[in-house]
Design a protein around this ligand. Structure first.
Ligand SMILES: [Zn+2]
Length: 286
């Protein structure tokens, strides 16, 4: 069944777990993710980022997301990840996404507030929820390609006072923060600034979002979900899981079957998603 983004995150916020938001680039990803959520009785978010549109067009993915969400026996939200403009957010809403992220984190603060507020006003007219980002989530340079910035320096972390002003002035439903997290495949496991997370949580009262969930240590994940992170994005881990599965399969067989490969892609997605659902403690919540 379809659930609103806000409702899913608020339950997670109250009960100190995180809903996994999985970037799905194909039918196989969607099928595997839904199967994982159903098997573990977990809410889930299916999402697609604007940088992924060239190979997974949003107009084609939207009906797959929405029909799969409706048919699922667990609550599913359908979310635009890293919308880069007001127009992209409007397009996702027209296609039936029930939440959108506007990423103005690369803009000066005032411009980020302006574009995020404009998206909130438009989205609320359609009963759609909004995530925005403050601070710079870095990029490992391994391919997700949506961040810039260097997450190891403190001045890119989300500022506590700015976060309070940003949330108040924009009216967003969830805030993505930068606490040393990176997009893409980590070369070394990053250390997250949990102290900063706690300060942001204590200063505000809305669900927080962690981007760059592929490769964070189990200890940091636990510290995050117990301190206000209610949504964690996972993209790269799924891609790596499928690539490894394909490599293993193609290495053992002389006449590969495409149908067999499709089944293996679904299964590899399911395994990665199940692992993260258990880590995020969102299992047995529905
Ligand atoms: Zn992200």
């Amino acid at each position: 069944m379809i659930i609103s983004f806000k409702e899913a995150l608020q339950d997670a916020y109250r009960n100190k777990y995180a809903v996994g938001a999985f970037n799905c680039l194909s039918l196989e990803n969607v099928m595997g993710a839904i199967q994982a959520a159903e098997e573990l009785r977990s809410p889930i978010i299916l999402q697609l980022a604007e940088v992924q549109f060239p190979y997974s067009p949003i107009a084609l993915m939207a009906p797959i997301f929405i029909e799969s969400a409706k048919k699922a026996t667990v609550p599913v939200a359908v979310h635009l990840d890293h919308g880069q403009s007001f127009e992209t957010c409007a397009k996702a809403i027209r296609l039936g996404f029930n939440s959108v992220m506007i990423d103005g984190s690369g803009l000066p603060l005032e411009e980020n507030i302006r574009v995020s507020s404009a998206v909130v006003r438009m989205a609320k007219a359609f009963d759609v929820d909004v995530e925005a980002e403050l601070g710079k989530v870095g990029d490992t340079g391994s391919g997700e390609g949506e961040g810039t910035g260097n997450a190891s320096t403190a001045d890119v972390f989300t500022d506590v006072e700015e976060s309070a002003r940003f949330i108040r002035q924009t009216g967003i439903d969830a805030l993505a923060i930068a606490i040393g997290n990176l997009h893409g495949k980590y070369i070394a496991t990053p250390r997250l600034n949990i102290q900063r997370l706690i300060e942001i949580k204590d200063r505000n009262n809305i669900p927080l979002v962690l981007h760059g969930g592929s490769g964070t240590s189990e200890e940091d994940f636990k510290a995050c979900i117990h301190n206000g992170i209610s949504k964690i994005n996972v993209a790269t881990a799924i891609q790596l899981g499928i690539a490894e599965e394909m490599q293993a399969y193609l290495g053992t067989i002389s006449k590969p079957s495409y149908i067999e490969m499709k089944y293996k892609m679904v299964e590899a997605t399911k395994q990665v998603v199940m692992k993260h659902i258990l880590l995020f403690e969102s299992n047995n919540r529905v």
